[in-house]
Write a protein that binds this ligand. Structure first.
Ligand code: PEP
Ligand code: MN
Length: 336
């Protein structure tokens, strides 16, 4: 149950409301977002919703029986729109493209990718400066120095930045240099990180965990939302299955399901999803047809020399071709 409170609710009404919630055996958590104040209540007993709905100080009340509530479409019917400023908007009815290298490597590399994006009218660049790597001996990113250079070049070219944040202490230091925080697959259930990202005023893209269920992804998003940050994106990036013929199994079933269950935009990552360069384009196009609101993809001037994930990274020529096809496929989808 989600209770929206009157903006000017007084202490007496708050106390009597909390008391009534307790009496029906529900536990409540206050949530303050940019928009309003709520009580998110969890419990299992049936009760007459009017006993709460008619109390003074209650503006609106919704029954939401799922584990996740604030990210559910049962509560918020209208799709969430993420406005990054300067005309860059991610929302249902548009096709966002985010492209760039797996890792930020050098000033020259950032400049070459930015030029490729500008040439192809792509407004959001991806690139990790803190890299989660399976081996401690692999390249682990340029850190804040790399991010500052990344930011300077993107700013000068009207490009927005999405980059991975790996731990709570990085949230604040990265804040002024990014447009979207990316929570990587390995951190999809880092609840302390999710709590911290709920308290910032920048959008957060949450990737599905390596073996995460759809319900778990939605509950991770609920962590961020219930801490006050509504500007969230969900990302399907493939899950680990018994199949070894490719890196991961891109679960495109998740896309229509997530769109149905949640009001948040859904982004597909075909690069990590299949992990094989020559199959990235068809899976990107399949992602578009499955109903995604955006595609995030790895691109590099010389993929074979990339510091990480070169095997799944597109060259600029491959990327340009794919971007054109993504846009055509999206138009087709909209016309059906
Ligand atoms: C990445 O985007 O480069 C990355 C590490 O992604 P994931 O968390 O999906 O593995
Ligand atoms: Mn990568």
């Amino acid at each position: 149950m989600i209770i929206q409170l009157e903006p000017n609710i007084d202490q007496q009404s708050t106390d009597s409301l909390l008391n009534s919630i307790e009496q029906i055996g529900y536990k409540s958590t206050p949530v303050n977002t940019h928009g309003a104040n709520y009580l998110v209540c969890v419990g299992s007993k049936d009760f007459d919703i009017r006993t709460i709905g008619n109390l003074p100080g209650v503006m609106d009340i919704h029954r939401v029986s799922d584990n996740y509530k604030l990210v559910s479409r049962k509560w918020k019917v209208n799709p969430t729109s993420i406005d990054l400023g300067d005309g860059v908007i991610i929302e249902e009815g548009r096709m966002a493209i985010m492209a760039g290298p797996c890792s930020i490597e050098s000033e020259e590399q950032i400049e070459s990718v930015v030029k490729h994006l500008v040439d192809n009218d792509v407004r959001i660049m991806r690139g990790g400066v803190y890299k989660p790597r399976s081996s401690p001996y692999s390249f682990r990113g340029l850190g804040m120095d790399g991010l500052k250079t990344f930011y300077k070049i993107c700013q000068a070219n009207g490009i927005k930045i999405i980059t991975e944040v790996m731990q709570v202490s990085q949230v604040e230091e990265m804040h002024d240099y990014i447009d979207i925080y990316q929570v990587g697959s390995r951190n999809s259930q880092n609840f302390n990180l999710l709590d911290a990202l709920g308290k910032v005023d920048k959008p957060v893209l949450i990737k599905r965990g390596l073996s995460g269920t759809i319900d778990e992804l939605l509950q991770s998003a609920e962590y961020v939302f219930s801490n006050g940050n509504e500007r969230l994106l969900l990302c399907e990036r493939g899950i680990r299955t018994y199949e070894k013929a490719y890196r991961n199994t891109l679960d495109l079933n998740a896309v229509p399901l997530l769109k149905n269950k949640s009001h948040l935009p859904v982004i597909v990552d075909p690069s990590h999803g299949i992990g094989v360069r020559k199959f990235v384009e068809p899976m990107a196009l399949a992602g578009v047809m499955s109903g995604a609101d955006g595609i995030i993809v790895e691109v590099h001037e010389t993929p074979e020399k990339a510091f990480s994930d070169g095997q799944q990274t597109l060259s600029f020529a491959e990327s340009a071709k794919m971007i054109e096809k993504i846009r055509k496929t999206f138009e087709l989808r909209q016309s059906l």
